[in-house]
Write a protein of this length. Structure first.
Lengths: 168, 168
DNA sequence: CCGCCCGGCGTTACAGTATAGCAGCACGCA
DNA sequence: TGCGTGCTGCTATACTGTAACGCCGGGCGG
């Protein structure tokens, strides 16, 4: 068994240039879909863009409301279908403990994913800790359990929210 | 850091004497509530018994239907309140990825819990692998993340379902 | 004993999450 | 041209969960 190094989860400071996060994510998505022959339609692209509107997990019905361009309100299946497509291609993840969705910063790779969810600011950060996956796979195998999907969602406070800010 | 041993998850064979699982669980619950001064009312006891009706995760609305004794149908808040009480006392766990509830075999201890969920037979088994918790806590700490709750839900096939039975 | 409080339960009503199933439309292709 | 396929839109409905109010019974101080 090779020992992959663990990735570092990236939390973002309040002042980071978020527009570039969005643009990069969309560019990665365009690229991945082109390579796979999948169709990143305007609707799907828009939903992905909305999911990337923040580093927090976004609820489907909030997307629905955001899609509503003033005229006809979008209907649930519209957004759920777009999310389904994005999930299938690893462009977004669903956070089960929040019933919400978050953009995947490294789409396309069969990566392990553990989510760090800040209960204060709501930011969700994806880790890729191979060491955790190994520990899990090892224990599952020891029980004779044939593992197919690993859900790890960690709630707590992100570094910025956990550290009392100067001034308090 | 002391190195706790990992527990073994217990899967049950089809023919096990389930009635004793239920009775044991209820006895543990009675005992725990007595020690804590918490009130295991008839309703709460009945909900716990229903949750323990199988080793699968049970949906709130299925409990609701099961509570319906023919006369007046039970209403959602009834069962959700009972589940809330049982969760608070660690007598049941909620499986977020299933929107369902499962009885806890070791209530009362601040244990780590990882759930092995069989997609075939539906059985849910709780592991208590301290090694996994340690790996998770370590990585969270390395990221400066203040961990408060660890959700680990593993989907796959239980040993019985993963092993092709004689006869096929 | 009486009155009060409080926890548990019941009810109504509603909010939030998700899917089934069918119709129309655009596009590529035989 | 005609057809199939994939995307989108719609209606309708199912499923999951909570807010808010009121009743009731039991404990407890007066």
């Amino acid at each position: 068994m090779d020992t992959l190094p663990d990735d570092r989860p990236a939390f973002h400071d309040g002042g980071h240039e978020h527009q570039s996060c969005v643009e990069d994510a969309l560019a990665r998505a365009e690229d991945l879909c082109r390579r796979r022959g999948a169709r990143l339609t305007p609707l799907r692209r828009r939903v992905l863009e909305l999911v990337w509107g923040s580093h927090r997990a976004v609820k489907a019905y909030d997307l629905l409301a955001a899609l509503d361009d003033g005229a006809g309100a979008a209907k649930p299946p519209t957004v759920y279908r777009a999310l389904e497509f994005l999930k299938e291609h690893g462009l977004v993840h669903r956070i089960d403990s929040l019933n919400a969705f978050v953009g995947c910063p490294q789409p396309g790779e069969g990566h392990s994913a553990q989510f760090l969810i800040c209960g204060e600011c709501g930011e969700v950060s994806e880790m890729n800790a191979a060491s955790i996956d190994r520990a899990v796979a090892e224990r599952a195998a020891a029980s004779g359990f044939a593992l197919s999907r690993i859900i790890i969602e960690l709630h707590g406070r992100c570094p910025r929210c956990a550290t009392p800010s100067r001034g308090i």
